[in-house]
Design a protein around this ligand. Structure first.
Ligand code: V47
Length: 368
């Protein structure tokens, strides 16, 4: 039986079934296909081979310690200048209070990221981590993108190894995948000129992996990037993963334009999002997990993404924090979802919901 009316897709499907790696040009052909069903089926084939019917979720909470940032990224509606009336930096005690609430609500992870703020001394971060670990030894601290680590190394004048060692000793358990945006130039410079470049982002991820910690990776799509840029991004991540092996999850982030300097762009439609998720699953043959992030996709498209290669649905019971709130596509910037609602989304899509911790161990609880 013909798999698809698209002959290119048929050829690629044969390679995928044989477990062969697909090339840059084949990635381009996947984006060009008009057979969305067949593309989804192919990504679902790989997803089921790796994970069967399991769809993971975790209960976490975001802590965005400051919105003051010097990076001036064109896609960002979260950052403020220090003189702005709504600029803030949370105290360590405020961070602890957020962690207390989160743990009470069942969170196993605190996701900590913030702006590049030149007014914060380095010991704020280490004191924050040690205070968190003292009160909540079992709470996983997933903190700082490679962009923050690059900024810290330069601003506090430390070697990468020294920086990573100090943060790890204070309690950093893993790193989230933000700041990757789009690696390809000139697009990267046009949207985030003041952030570290692709080579540096990848180099730092390699160093964190070398230090024994896992990290995630993201792509920000649906703005001014080209299809070539998206495939280039996936190929670069795949090459880095071959070298350092520490990426555990890939999260395609749908650009949310309102309030950003790129607000005149409509943002990605559903087809672009489903294609990007499916093609990520197919190109990233050395990544175990692809996460559908409902905050930017919307709940129902995120649920649909589970049939297009995603095996993880992110964003559960606890409040998303200021950053998540800023780019949530849901009405009123909603960034909370109850565990019951999330499990229902997964089960109604025909999958089995499994609560995980940050590093994908199953979390068994007496009650939901
Ligand atoms: O790097 C910023 C993106 C990222 C917008 O690792 C925007 O588990 C859409 O990385 N529209 C931060 N996206 C969030 C992030 C993340 C989220 C959830 C889980 C994990 C993980 C990581 O958000 C930024 C940037 O790419 N972003 N502004 C916007 N207007």
């Amino acid at each position: 039986m013909q798999f698809s009316f698209d002959t290119n897709l048929n050829k690629i499907a044969a390679k995928v079934e044989a477990g062969e790696r697909i090339s840059f040009d084949e990635g381009m052909e996947l984006f060009a296909t008009e057979d969305l069903n067949a593309l989804g089926k192919l990504a679902d084939f790989v997803r089921r081979k790796k994970h069967g019917k399991t769809t993971y979720f975790n209960v976490n909470r975001h802590f965005n310690y400051t919105n003051i940032c010097v990076a001036d990224c064109k896609f960002c509606n979260f950052y403020r200048r220090s003189r702005d009336a709504d600029a803030y930096t949370h105290s360590i005690e405020e961070g602890l209070q957020i962690a207390r609430n989160a743990v009470n609500e069942g969170a196993t992870e605190l996701h900590i990221v913030g702006g590049l703020n030149t007014k914060i001394p380095f010991n704020y971060y280490t004191d924050l981590f040690t205070s968190l670990k003292k009160e909540f030894p079992a709470l996983h601290i997933k903190a700082f993108t490679m962009v923050e680590l690059d900024f810290f190394a330069r601003f506090y004048k430390m070697s990468d190894a020294e920086l990573i060692d100090k943060l790890k000793a204070a309690g950093m358990d893993s790193c989230p995948g933000g700041g990757a945006e789009i690696f390809a130039e000139p697009t990267r410079s046009r949207i985030c000129d003041h952030k570290c470049g692709a080579d540096r982002w990848l180099e730092l991820a390699g160093k964190v992996h070398h230090a024994g910690l896992k990290t995630n990776a993201t792509i920000l799509y649906g703005h001014i990037e080209t299809i070539e840029d998206r495939i280039d991004h996936l190929v670069k991540l795949r090459e880095q993963q071959d070298k350092s092996g520490g990426f555990q999850c890939f999260i395609p982030l749908a650009f949310y334009p309102p309030g950003s300097a790129l607000s005149s762009i409509p943002g990605p439609d559903g087809i672009t999002s489903l294609k990007t998720i499916a093609i990520s699953r197919l190109m990233l043959d050395n990544f175990d997990h692809i996460k559908a992030y409902w905050v930017m996709l919307g709940k129902h498209l995120a649920q649909t993404a589970l049939h297009f290669g995603a095996n993880d649905l992110d964003g559960t019971i606890t409040d998303g924090g200021e950053l998540t709130h800023a780019y949530s596509i849901e009405e009123g910037g909603e960034s909370k979802m109850t565990k019951t609602e999330l499990i229902k989304l997964i089960e109604n899509a025909g999958f089995e919901a499994v609560e995980r911790d940050t590093v994908y161990n199953r979390v068994e609880r007496a009650t939901v």
